[in-house]
Design a protein around this ligand. Structure first.
Ligand SMILES: Nc1ncnc2c1ncn2[C@@H]1O[C@H](COP(=O)(O)OP(=O)(O)OP(=O)(O)O)[C@@H](O)[C@H]1O
Ligand SMILES: [Mg+2]
Length: 265
């Protein structure tokens, strides 16, 4: 299947609609064409992996989808609302309400506990009733299995645990969409599978749409769709027939470890 150049009419399922989006950066006299006409839709409840070589426009695409940046031309609708011509403050408002972000390097505040890191986006929100902030942050930490580490600072947590704190932080405003740019890029294989298990559970149980960028084909196959970028365009866009099941793989992993503990005959 190749990427469609023209999109059909909008459907009720659509969360993201990107139409002929271009993004050009200007550095002095130089122009960098980071996106050169991207058209695609992403339905609610999808789990999408974005792949492609360095410089192909993946992060630029994510920044636009996450309302961190606007297209130079073309149209972007998030949840049927046109983003392209919004002002910065409107953009920030939509972003805070609808999108959670997860980064390769976790981006946690070092001198702050896990709980306070998770709470942080609430302090920047327009919510005035702060009385439930701690409870909500604890609920989010519980959702990623880290309730017992709420008092720990990032340096007292493993990489995988730090990324789980970052995922809890991304959940705090009940986003419809989580965007993760190489969320397993700094993690070993098993920890990566643990992180993918959390994303798959949030996707299936809370119907949160998830878009991740990854350089690893193994990781991309936990998604149900893989979009490959090349030179600022969509090169391919394919469904994954049978996505990998991270939770099942972890159970089998544990079972294997148990076997290994048996003394050799
Ligand atoms: N803020 C910016 N100013 C100028 N050029 C930029 C900016 N951000 C990205 N670019 C350029 O746009 C192009 C696409 O960059 P982008 O970061 O989207 O690539 P990427 O696919 O995420 O790559 P990587 O896999 O290395 O993260 C590159 O040529 C890059 O140098
Ligand atoms: Mg990038």
């Amino acid at each position: 299947m190749h990427a469609e150049k023209t999109l059909g009419p909008p459907t009720a399922l659509e969360l993201i609609r990107i139409e002929d989006v271009h993004k050009t950066y200007h550095i002095g006299d130089m122009q960098v064409h980071a996106l050169r006409g991207v058209s695609l839709t992403i339905d609610r409840g999808s789990f999408v992996a974005i792949m492609g070589p360095s410089g192909s426009g993946k992060s630029t695409f994510m920044n636009i989808v996450g309302c961190l940046d606007k297209p130079s031309s073309g149209e972007y609708l998030l949840d049927s609302v046109s983003i392209s011509k919004m002002h910065r403050d409107e953009l920030a408002d939509i972003r805070n309400k609808k999108v959670g972000f997860v980064f390769q390097q976790f981006n946690l505040l070092a001198r702050t506990t896990a709980l306070e890191n998770v709470e942080l986006p609430l302090l920047y929100s327009d919510e005035t009733d702060t009385s439930n902030f701690k409870n909500r942050a604890m609920d989010a930490l519980t959702a990623v299995g880290l309730a017992d580490r709420s008092d720990h600072h990032p340096s007292q947590l493993s990489g995988g645990q730090q990324q789980r704190v970052a995922i809890a932080r991304s959940l705090i405003n009940n986003p419809q969409l989580i965007l993760a740019d190489e969320p397993t890029g700094a993690l070993d294989s098993k920890t990566s599978v643990e992180i993918m298990a959390i994303f798959q559970r949030l996707n299936r149980e809370k119907n949160i749409s998830i878009v991740i960028v990854t350089h690893e084909p193994d990781i991309a196959h936990y998604a149900d769709r893989i979009i490959v970028f090349k030179d600022g365009k969509v090169q391919s866009d394919e469904r994954v027939a049978e996505p990998r099941d991270a939770a099942r793989e972890l159970r089998e992993w544990v079972a294997d470890d148990d076997d290994e503990e048996e003394p050799a005959a």
